[in-house]
Design a protein around this ligand. Sequence first.
Ligand code: NAD
Length: 499
Amino acid sequence: MLRSIDHFIGGSSFASGERQAEVFDPNQGQAQAQVRLGTAADLQKAVDAAKAAQPAWAATNPQRRARVMFKFKELVEAHMDELAELLSSEHGKVLADSRGDVQRGLEVIEYACGIPQALKGEYTLGAGPGIDVYSARQPLGIGAGITPFNFPAMIPMWMFGMAIAAGNAFVLKPSERDPSVPIRLAELMTEAGLPDGILNVVHGDKEMVDAILDHPDIAAVSFVGSSDIAQYIYSRGTSNGKRVQAFGGAKNHGIVMPDADLDQVVNDLTGAAFGSAGERCMALPVVVPVGDKTADALREKLIPAIEALRVGVSTDPEAHYGPVVSAAHRQRIEHYIQMCIDEGGELVVDGRGFALQGHEEGFFIGPTFFDHVKPSFKSYQDEIFGPVLQMVRAADFDEAVRLPSEHDYGNGVAIFTRNGHAAREFTARVNVGMVGINVPIPVPVSYHSFGGWKRSGFGDIGQYGQEGLRFWTKTKVVTQRWPDGSTTGENAFVIPTMG
Ligand code: NAD
């Protein structure tokens, strides 16, 4: 009998529903638990709990709300090892990556601890005769987050950290593939003093997602996942009058200029292309050397570095990366490798058929490297989301700017160079949301904001930082004038005096 992963509603575990999905251990390739696939009725229970609790939470002063976030941060730190192990056991990423997943989420919680300062608003004294104007940010009410499998700690914390600190109640619908860490986070929020009903976790698939998108009491939806679904979420949610931000897939390019430090590039690329088995939306699965000389030199250094990568179980401290999330996903990656071969790419390192001794059923795939990939290939245009690096040779700088700019996705991009002018020119011209200069994975720190362009992001407000605060609040502007004469005449307001 498999362990059951239930919803978390109103501060406690809630089991309901016939439908369940299997949750795998990707290291073993076996089901280890079952997660509930909830219905509109389950969502209604979460919304009822949220609705009952939210007004009092919004009325709690921001400093007290911040104290809950502080306490939560301490609890997550104290449970770091437990959370990382749980995360790796369902996702498959190595423990160091799981700790990073939790840590990057915590950084947004740290930012949310500053909510009293962030919510201070603006004030104009004397905007007209006797008139003052102020603007204040108020919570929306109930917000929802729908999250992907690849960062089951970080992305939920990006969303609920900002939403809850700002005074909202929250309904989280995590990925059904690794749902246990989000539940633990909700339990730790409760332990930190969050009132019951402010953070609820409901599990499910499309049925639950549609119920969220159609629920009249949910004011805003934040989504992260693949692009087709992001677009669907954005159109259905906004057509129901909700505020929606929906972040999608990616195909990030790393531009290598002829003057780049190639040893540094190889080091950065092996981490950014293959780390976490390439299952990161800010991974670098495309490398674009400028000029054949750069390409040949880079290729020569890259091959031994890729061949030296160690693929292992997620608890292996020496492993560079672990298995991918599911058998179906491994099959999809292998399908794209075959497609790239058929399209005319040169397969330089082939990761297919990789088996780890003692874990033959695990969802492992070796690192794969292609040279001479062309922009016309479908395998280049699509997101593969696996340990596959494609090299597209650019003739010159202009072509290197054009490739990521003309690609459908626009999440992140990196340029490797020692030339400040080239970097500056590239940054100004490239049509992509987040740029790294000699930084392979330019995920912005928590006090800036995260957001890709084109098919990587639908909606116009980013995640976390000031943009996150904007997303989870609405601005009220008050213009006030008080009647004259209250300090003179027979109705004079008496100013108390001492003594
Ligand atoms: P996914 O799109 O399959 O799932 C994301 C969420 O949508 C899950 O909660 C899932 O239950 C739900 N969902 C799945 N199918 C649905 C449907 N038909 N209708 C409604 N909801 C549905 O994504 P994933 O495989 O979990 O995650 C990987 C994807 O997420 C990649 O494309 C990756 O690039 C992207 N991603 C993007 C970012 C970013 O910030 N842009 C960050 C992380 C991951």
